[in-house]
Design a protein around this ligand. Sequence first.
Ligand code: SAH
Length: 228
Amino acid sequence: MRLGIISALAEEQHGLIEALESPSRHFHGMREYTAGKLWEIDAVCVLSRIGKVAAAMTAAILVEKFGVTHIVFTGVAGSGDKNVNVGDIVVADTLVQHDFDASPLFPRFEIPLTGLSSFATDVALTERLAGAAAPISRVHRGLIASGDQFIGKLTQIQAIKTALPQLLAVEMEGAAVAQVCFELGIPFAVIRTISDNANDEAAVDFMHFIKTVAAGYAFDVIRNFCKG
Ligand code: SAH
């Protein structure tokens, strides 16, 4: 396995670069890719920046230029369900682009020419990631939705939840990575720690969480993942 580890923000990747043994840094397309050994696993860590295009480009380059065989995305997200609380972890089973709508040509959410409106994560990778997260916080498994919007209004999250009742979390990159990995045939998984409730308080909660709490999560989960 050569594992690509993507986060959107530096806080979501805290400690991982430092944990890489014999790191080598490569700059490409406004991103810094750091390759090395992470607890015996051959890994490449990178910050994608924010949003679906940024994440899609980063995932494709990890595969095509850096030869990764598996991808994990680790980051934070807004809650998409009343039972999913700040500090909980959501591991995706499937991902959907909640802002994708080519209707009436295609059903809402369907990605043209794939015939799919959601992309499933790799079962083995997802199981291993959920196992790695279990000692750290409460873990939920299910649907994560991504779009090019920070969801920070109650009316916004309510509209998405109405359209996607199975929703557990909202973020801005996961489903883009999912589509790229599906099209390239790369097993992938997505794990998100809940930073906010995607409601009117989301922006303040997000900033607080990312500054004070987020740092430990990625490091602990990925360490458990690599060691397991
Ligand atoms: N002003 C912030 C913007 C971050 S956008 C900054 O410059 O750092 C929010 C990031 O966290 C995205 O990468 C997204 O994937 C995730 N996220 C957390 N809460 C979210 C929410 N409520 N809606 C959408 N994305 C969210």
